[in-house]
Design a protein around this ligand. Structure first.
Ligand code: ADP
Length: 399
């Protein structure tokens, strides 16, 4: 069987999905899995199309192996496993954080492009190096295998200049300190479903998509193109997230430096790992756990999350020039009827109203608003891996 491999390599994990070639519309992955805990106790899990576990094993690195060696070993383990499945890889698509100001679309990876993407590491030091390493490793092992980079930032390159710049000195903007935006694969996928789910008028109108997962962001679209988004220079801006602060008064960071003696490392942990739902609840970063908890701190964390989504919606409505439709996606957006109903309640003053029965349903792309709602509201499950596979196929003309 011929197959496309999709890789999403992060700082301590590597997620993969394989799709049969030729790629059918919305085809499920034939295999998917994850290597977790790279750098500590590395675990490799792979499942088949029905979710049956095919592998669940620990990868033991040699004594003293550094992170890079461990990531290489993890990737070799995956590639050896793929070879044993009797599939022939025809192309690989990678999720890559940053395409800078240059890339508005996915691209075939060449040595020149690899060096350009490497030069962007200062813009995304927590992700970009991890995204690029498997590309190099694959190129070494299979020099003729085409590889495609799909950028988290590309979807947002249509934002007008005012949405992209910060109020900082020009020379800092010129260095690339701009608002890029992320979660591009998800927005790209959802934006392609808008007219089918919402109809031509609302789908091409002023739409705000809320991608609410562990990482969370929102984007305003017109004519299915991005005009503004909540994340900026990094994936820390905007909404409160599982463990991230989202937008915060920079004065708080100065306070932590001056009063708590925080340096860059402590600040990074504060912004990315200790805050958000976890920080406010003191219990968990997981929305499901918090919704099930009776603790007042858990309730407040959920309250704040919904409030922040609604406030951000207000901001993005201005950028979109109105609100024809609000679309939920991501783990929370697709599954939490509570979060959806709370957010929509905040815009009830403008005539938005849910159909409670439709709001309770799961897993389907559909509208969930009441018949007399003045704003369309929909759930569209995202499919980032399929989107990457689809771009890879289109770009290469393979399969
Ligand atoms: P990531 O950003 O890591 O891809 P996901 O999009 O998978 O994250 O979203 C994970 C979040 O979705 C978690 O907070 C999880 O609790 C939440 N979630 C998943 N299912 C439900 C559910 N049924 N109700 C509420 N929240 C849910």
């Amino acid at each position: 069987m011929q197959a496309l491999l999709v890789i999403n390599a992060g700082s301590s994990s590597l997620k993969f999905a394989m799709f049969e070639a030729p790629l059918a519309e919305n085809a499920p992955s034939i295999f998917r899995g994850q290597i977790d805990g790279i750098g500590a106790a590395t675990k490799f899990v792979a499942k088949d199309i029905d979710g049956k576990v095919l592998v669940d094993t620990v990868i033991t690195s040699p004594e003293g192996a550094d992170f890079e060696a461990q990531q290489q070993l993890a990737l070799d383990t995956l590639l050896n496993w793929i070879e044993a499945q009797n599939v022939q890889l025809v192309a690989v698509g990678h999720r890559v954080l940053h395409g800078g100001e240059r890339f508005t679309a996915p691209t075939l990876i060449t040595p020149e492009i690899m060096s350009f993407l490497t030069s962007l590491i200062p813009l995304g030091p927590l992700h970009q190096p991890h995204n690029l390493r498997p590309i190099r490793a694959l190129a070494k092992k299979y020099p003729n295998l085409p590889q495609v980079a799909c950028f988290d930032t590309a979807f947002h390159r249509t934002q007008p200049e005012l949405a992209q710049i910060y109020a900082v000195p020009r020379k800092i903007t010129a260095e690339g300190v701009r608002r890029y935006g992320f979660h591009g694969q998800s927005y790209d996928y959802v934006s392609r479903q808008l007219t089918r789910v919402l109809g031509d008028k609302a789908g091409n109108g002023a739409v705000v998509i809320a991608h609410l997962g562990n990482g969370a962001s929102m984007a305003a679209l017109r004519d299915t193109k991005c005009v503004a988004t909540s994340m900026g220079f990094t994936a820390a801006e905007g909404l409160m997230m599982g463990t991230r602060t989202g937008s915060i008064d920079p004065g708080v960071l100065l306070y932590m430096m001056e009063t708590h003696g925080y340096g860059a490392k402590e600040l990074s942990n504060f912004i990315y790992k200790e805050s958000g739902l976890l920080g406010v609840s003191g219990i968990s970063q997981d929305m499901r756990t918090l919704e099930a908890s009776d603790a007042p701190e858990a309730k407040q964390a959920v309250d704040l999350f919904c409030y922040r989504v609604a406030r951000q919606l207000g901001d993005l409505m201005i950028a979109a020039g109105g609100l024809d439709a609000l679309v939920f996606t991501g783990g929370i957006g697709e599954n939490s009827d509570l979060v959806r109903s709370r957010v929509v309640e905040y815009i009830s003053w403008m005539g938005a109203k849910l159909n409670p029965e439709l709001n309770k349903q799961r897993g389907k792309a559909q509208t969930i608003h009441a018949a007399d709602s003045k704003v369309a509201v929909a759930v569209i499950p995202t499919n980032e891996e399929w989107m990457i596979a689809s771009h890879t196929v289109k770009l290469l003309g393979v399969a």
